[in-house]
Unconditional design. Structure first.
Length: 294
């Protein structure tokens, strides 16, 4: 019976994490109805996809569909919490049986029980472009404290894309592997935070070896104590890893376990025991990692 190397294991893992064309099609099913609702109620002028699904870092079966809803300033409330409530009420009227709810900075429309079936809509106020030559569009979105904060999906996607290109297109897969741990092990860390943190880590690397860099990313996250991250594009200010202190403590505990398992996996591989390494990677991913023998 043939066996895999650890690197083959990670390469074979990647297609399992990548959303299928069917998932991408399903993500579009409700777009037109949501768009019409927001145009009618708020005069929305632009509706566009953001988040990991549009950036090539989403996880099959888990990542939801994220949109920015650009709404004229005069149709927004100075208090962003009030705006979120109004958007929630409008969408709840249109989709009364879905359980529409606010999950700042977005309103979530859960069309099913899986993450891939949920649509997140973030109300956004267009305020201009960045001052550099790229002129990325900048928006204000709810800051979860009644105010508004700046955000630029185009700028953040460009940042990750540039780091990914500099490292032979291996950074986005590395982000996916870290996010898979988050979802499979129910780690309450923001996907956006993980995406930017992994990209920031990768900036200092000359190459990426998935197993070794998984271990090093976990250690890096532990070393910085999951502290708030200053936006590398200098747009959004500080970005938090977790939404509450309780979630932060839970995340730190699970991170400690991930460090131990990834170190044991890498030690086993270094000692020539590839089968043992697979055992530890499989444990880290809640038994979703490819098998040693196939």
């Amino acid at each position: 019976m043939p066996t895999r190397t650890v690197d083959q294991g990670f390469r074979d893992f990647l297609p399992k994490l990548t959303p299928t064309s069917r998932e991408s099609t399903a993500a579009k099913n409700h777009r037109a109805t949501i768009e019409a609702c927001l145009k009618n109620n708020f005069g929305m002028t632009r509706f566009f996809r953001t988040g990991s699904l549009g950036n090539g870092t989403s996880i099959s079966g888990y990542s939801d569909v994220d949109y920015f809803a650009q709404i004229p300033t005069e149709n927004l409330n100075t208090n962003s919490t009030t705006t979120l409530r109004k958007v929630r009420n409008a969408l709840d009227t249109r989709f009364p049986d879905t359980g529409v709810n606010v999950s700042c900075p977005a309103v979530v429309v859960p069309f099913g029980t899986e993450g891939k079936e949920s649509t997140e809509v973030t109300p956004a106020d267009y305020i201009g472009v960045t001052s550099d030559d790229n002129e990325y569009k900048v928006y204000e979105i709810p800051d979860c404290s009644d105010g508004w904060m700046r955000s630029s999906p185009d700028a953040h996607n460009a940042y990750v894309r540039e780091v990914n290109g500099d490292l032979s297109n291996k950074v986005k897969p590395l982000i996916r592997f870290i996010k898979a741990w988050k979802y499979y092990r129910y780690v309450p860390i923001s996907s956006f935070y993980l995406e930017l943190r992994v990209a920031k880590y990768a900036e200092g690397e000359s190459s990426i070896v998935y197993a070794e860099d998984m271990k090093r990313v976990f250690s890096y996250l532990d070393r910085i104590d999951l502290r708030d991250m200053l936006d590398p594009m200098n747009i959004s200010g500080y970005i938090s890893a977790c939404s509450t202190d309780a979630k932060l403590e839970d995340a730190k505990s699970k991170l400690s376990t991930a460090i131990s398992r990834s170190e044991k996996a890498c030690d086993a591989e270094d000692n020539g025991d590839t089968e043992e390494a697979f055992k530890w990677w499989n444990l880290l991913y809640a038994y979703n990692f490819p098998s040693y023998r196939y």
